[in-house]
Design a protein around this ligand. Structure first.
Ligand code: NOJ
Length: 882
């Protein structure tokens, strides 16, 4: 939730004025379109055509692992360095950077879990104009064409992906500012040409590269106005490094369906962006976001998946700067190479999707994840960026939040409400009003005078609490956190070297530089019980506003010319900031327990790799049916990008849901990995029992189903943690050849065994459910009725039901004695639901541990049982080693 930028109003006032009063629609004028973003405009101004780049094939250096080839922009003579790797596990890495940059360019740290192990490369073919490299044992070959430069990745005779086939490689090199620049609009072609200029080429020559000197004419080409300074609304971005963007295109023959690149309020299947804006990846606090559009939201994962009945492929664009992604669709038959492909594949037009990435700074560092199965692509991405952290068990229970529970009495009353109405609940949440004047790590002395006692009372009922800790720190010399951050020099700086300050909830606030490892260590230390006074081991953390949100900043975020650790501009690191906040907080929770306990941290902003640190949610949605509906594709997209622990505010954040919407939202939310009700401070109270007996019974039913399925959820999280698979899965992930599933995003699988279709239509009497799998059967989990697949089934619904089916051939563990919280259910018996395949067999598993420590990892203290049903016998055994 954000307020209007640029207005220095007290936060409470801003909220009263803006949060609920007006019609609920985003103010688009607060956020840039591609046309208003200088680099996006310059990149997009370049139309497909012949690339000015040539690969200097004679410069090839083939190391034991990587191949390095110089590229030259023929118009400007500025040399780039292309590096190629074949990575173990069916991946290819392509990196393009300046051969001799004027200054270092930002390369994203801390996202890859390790340097990925490489395959041995070999030159397998060569002629005057091209070079063929083999990329390892899977039979992948990379054809590098000299002029115009392009690359084609093949497996056998199948073309998987072409790079720069549309000639959109556009690399703006670092340069000195020249006062003589004539301010005039260049043509797109000049824009492309102007990106290679004199100084870097001079440097390249000194380094003995094989490029030629820049020509006079191109070296004199003027820069587009705005290249060295850019103004949006009242904000000026002084761009000390000038234009620095990078862009590249990828052609995907045979693919018509692409997914991923969260976060957008969008259907699961991405749309083409022709005629509109590209999808934007720039972590932003967007007030009252709109549905079905490509605008940026709170988090970014630059991973795009392409899927066809033949195979799945991923493009991971590792760049943390503002990024735009264009998607277009045509046929490969229109290009020369497409014709060749048509010929090779026996004629007919091949569908093709083209994807173009454009980032404001950094380098081109891209991983092609070659699958071929969807699960293999997920595994490849997980091998690079890590898997979902295994949460503590309580975090899979139900979370009750609102902005705000007023005081300790209110907390006690709400807790009692759950008790009295027999609705299970694991966690109560405190939003920003709990802190003393929005000074995080403190408690309001009049409303929360005895936080420890409050936590102990909750703990006595085996419930936990989460408090919010935002990354904007009130500028107040009497506030210890601020004083320390300031004196240690840990704040982000302005371009002039002073502490960067902006306006946020506490009024004037400064922003800890989470990109600084020392600062992160200090932040982590703040979660020690003696530092965060009143905290106990049952208090966990919510990191909000970590895009970062700056009410007074451009697009409600930090100025791009602010300066971080190592001298990097905010421009370079923007999309990483939120990940670092969650990382440091999770580390703090681990440390406070002496390394014993798993953390729980919810974060609003995220980047690739955030899955290693906790949960994420879809931010400030609205109590409307369309928002309920979109929570499904949004969470499915998060899952495809590795963020398995996702949820949406149950009930909707803005506005007041009626009882029907609230009940349906509980039913849907109970089937999403992170299950939390939350609401804006100006909404009416909406604890489940405030909606009458009938409705509380319906809500109780939904929450109890969640708890009954806890062993299944926990085991699903374990699978995700081990193998990197999403927990909420689009149907095509399990049925990759079934084209009917490719655009379905109103139903999904939980792990691989349960298929759900939450009711998201007002007044619904029934829903159409697609049951996939030729020759498979599905069982209605309420009536146990068996249905043959594939088929489209009309399922009548009542207010108490939402369609759920168990896949024939699976075993689902449940705990039927539902109690007040997950902790209370530890040690209770399990019930196995064995749903037989048509062959009379079934398989499943169950993972159990203490639900909170790292002992499963460090001391192998866990129980993992594989169940097999065959020949009328159920067998339990240890699963085979991975
Ligand atoms: C914005 C968050 O998205 C919302 O959930 C929270 O209640 C408000 N900030 C206040 O902290």
């Amino acid at each position: 939730m954000a307020a209007a930028p640029g207005r220095r109003l007290p936060a409470a006032l801003l909220c009263a004025a803006l949060c609920l009063g007006a019609a609920l629609a985003v103010d688009r004028s607060n956020f840039k379109t591609c046309e208003q973003s200088g680099f996006c405009r310059r990149q997009r101004g370049l139309s497909p055509g012949q690339s000015p780049y040539r690969a200097l094939l004679e410069s090839l250096q083939l190391g034991p692992d990587a191949a390095r080839i110089q590229l030259i922009n023929e118009a400007t003579k500025v040399p780039l360095l292309l590096e190629l790797w074949g990575l173990q596990g069916n991946m290819t890495r392509i990196r393009i950077k300046e051969l001799n940059p004027l200054r270092p360019r930002f390369e994203v740290p801390d996202v890859l879990v390790a340097e990925p192990p490489v395959e041995r490369l070999a030159v397998t073919g060569r002629d005057e104009g091209s070079l063929e490299l083999s990329l390892g044992p899977a039979g992948h070959r990379l054809l590098v064409t000299e002029k115009p430069f392009r690359m084609d990745l093949l497996q056998g005779r199948e073309l998987l992906c072409s790079v720069n086939a549309r000639g959109l490689l556009f690399f703006e090199h670092l340069r000195q500012r020249r006062d003589s620049d004539t301010p005039r609009e260049p043509t797109a072609e000049e824009g492309a040409a102007a990106e290679g200029q004199d100084e870097a080429a001079g440097g390249a020559e000194e380094a003995g590269d094989q490029s030629e000197k820049p020509t006079e004419t191109t070296a004199e080409a003027a820069e587009e106005p705005g290249s060295w300074e850019e103004t949006f609304k009242t904000h000026t971005d002084t761009k000390p490094n000038g234009p620095t963007s990078v862009g590249l295109d990828f052609s995907l023959p045979g693919f018509e369906h692409v997914y991923g690149i969260p976060e957008h309020a969008e259907s699961l299947r991405l749309r083409t962006t022709e005629g509109g804006d590209p999808y934007r990846l720039y972590n932003l606090d967007v007030f009252q976001y709109e549905l079905y559009n490509p605008m940026a939201l709170y988090g970014s994962v630059p991973l795009l998946l392409a899927h066809s009945a033949r195979r799945t492929l991923g493009i991971f664009w590792l760049n943390a700067a503002e990024t735009w992604v264009d998607i277009s669709s045509n046929t490969a038959g229109k290009t020369l190479f497409g014709k060749l492909l048509d010929y090779m594949q026996g004629g007919g037009e091949t569908p093709q999707t083209d994807v173009r990435w454009m980032s404001e700074s950094g380098i081109i560092d891209v991983f092609l994840l070659l699958g071929p199965a969807p699960a293999a692509v997920m595994g490849q991405y997980a091998a690079l960026t890590g898997t979902q952290a295994l949460p503590p068990l309580f975090a899979l229970g139900y979370h009750q939040s609102r902005w705000n529970y007023n005081d300790e009495e209110d907390v006690a009353a709400v807790e009692k409400g759950f008790e009295e109405h027999a609705v299970p609940c694991d966690v109560l949440w405190l939003d920003i009003e709990h802190a003393d004047g929005k000074r995080y790590f403190t408690w309001d002395p009049s409303k929360f005078p005895r936080p420890r006692a409050m936590l102990e009372q909750l703990a006595a009922k085996k419930r936990k609490m989460v408090s919010i800790v935002d990354p904007h720190i009130k500028v107040d010399s009497g506030y210890r956190v601020h004083a320390e951050l300031r004196s240690r020099g840990f704040y982000v700086k302005t371009k002039d070297g002073s502490d960067y300050e902006g306006w946020c909830w506490p009024g004037s606030a400064a922003y800890p530089d989470f990109t600084n490892p020392e600062m992160r260590a200090w932040w982590a230390s703040m979660f020690a019980y003696d530092q965060y006074e009143g905290s106990t081991e049952t208090l966990f953390t919510w990191n909000d506003m970590n895009e970062p949100s700056v009410f007074s900043g451009p697009e409600v975020t930090m100025h791009k010319d602010a300066v971080h650790y190592g001298g990097w501009e905010h421009r370079d690191v923007h999309n990483l900031y939120g990940l670092y906040v969650q990382m440091a907080t999770a580390e703090g929770q681990i440390q406070r327990s002496g390394g014993q306990h798993r953390p729980f941290v919810l974060s609003r902003a995220f980047f690739a790799g955030s899955q290693r640190y906790g949960a994420v949610w879809t931010g400030d949605n609205t109590a409307e049916w369309e928002h309920l509906k979109i929570s499904i594709p949004m969470c499915l997209s998060f899952g495809l990008a590795g963020l398995a622990f996702c949820g949406a505010d149950v009930g909707g954040f803005f506005k007041n849901p009626d009882a029907e919407l609230l009940v349906r939202w509980y039913q849907a939310g109970a089937l999403q990995p992170f299950f939390r009700a939350h609401a804006h401070m100006d909404t009416a109270r909406r604890e489940p029992w405030l909606f009458g007996e009938d409705n509380v019974a319906l809500i109780r039913g939904a929450v109890r189903l969640r708890y009954a399925l806890l062993p299944f959820w926990y085991t699903a999280f374990y699978h995700s943690h081990r193998h990197g698979l999403p927990i909420m899965r689009p149907l095509w992930m399990e049925y990759p050849e079934d084209t009917t599933t490719f655009a379905i995003d109103d139903q999904y699988l939980i792990d691989r065994a349960l298929l759900v279709h939450p009711v998201t239509e007002q007044g619904a009497r029934g829903v159409q459910v697609y049951l996939p799998g030729k020759g498979e059967v599905w069982y209605d989990t309420v009536s146990y009725q068996k249905h043959h697949a594939p088929q489209m089934l009309y399922v009548p619904v009542t207010m108490s039901s939402g369609p759920m089916f168990q896949r024939g051939g699976t075993v689902v563990p449940r705990q039927e004695r539902v109690r007040r919280s997950t902790e209370c259910m530890q040690g209770d018996p399990f019930t196995l639901y064995v749903a037989l395949s048509p062959q009379g067999t079934a398989e499943g598993d169950l993972f159990l541990d203490d639900g909170k420590s790292f002992d499963y990892e460090t001391k192998a203290r866990f129980l993992h049982r594989q169940f097999t049903f065959a020949g009328n016998t159920l067998t339990a055994r240890y699963p085979p080693p991975p």
